[in-house]
Design a protein around this ligand. Sequence first.
Ligand code: FES
Length: 235
Amino acid sequence: MLRRLDKKQPLNFKFSAKNLAWAKKQILNYPKGRKQSAVIPLLFRAQEQEGWVSKPAIEVVAKMLDMAPVRVFEVASFYFMFHLSPVGSAAHIQVCGTTPCMLRGSDGLIRQCKDKISKRPMEIAHDGKISWEEVECLGACSNAPLVQIGSDYYEDLDEESFAKIVTDLISGRKPVPGSQTKRFSSEPIENLTTLGTKVEEAQNASVELFIDSSIKEKGSKTKRSLVSKKDAPNA
Ligand code: FES
């Protein structure tokens, strides 16, 4: 899939004071002479601040890391986690269209995106709130088909459950991530087949379990932030 920088670029990019301090600290995490290794965290912080990665942002990161801008662009254009064009302010839906997800119905999810969001990918709809695109394997094929929205995965989807997620997002609600069929992690949908013993729930990594235990540990404030916070450290 060919990925290019957006045709419309801002004149410049500047890290906020808070993000600049964070970026400088990140660079110190790497050995002397290896600061280029900070390229992914710095690009990601630039994206969290602006919503996408622009050419001026790439140039700023390149300068901070003593890299040629084209080297930073190579990284930004390789990984789908970096948006090279502006995306929806509330949600950018990345639909996995690679073979396992395709065999499990990702074309139906794309149909829903076209019906409910916009005919073409990367077009921002619903007052600038939502956009979508098809991406390559998101690395969770056992829970196919799935989409990524921000840092969250919505798995075991079908057209109906995905349509509800899109409607919720359009209405300003954040749906709970994880398996949409209540499947526990990526365990078999029915009975266990290979492993004879079921993993105890307390040791399993289900999203709902994570949310529940966070509430127990930190009180209801955590639930609110998990459910409604847009994780963008704009400073
Ligand atoms: S093919 Fe969709 S997550 Fe791997």
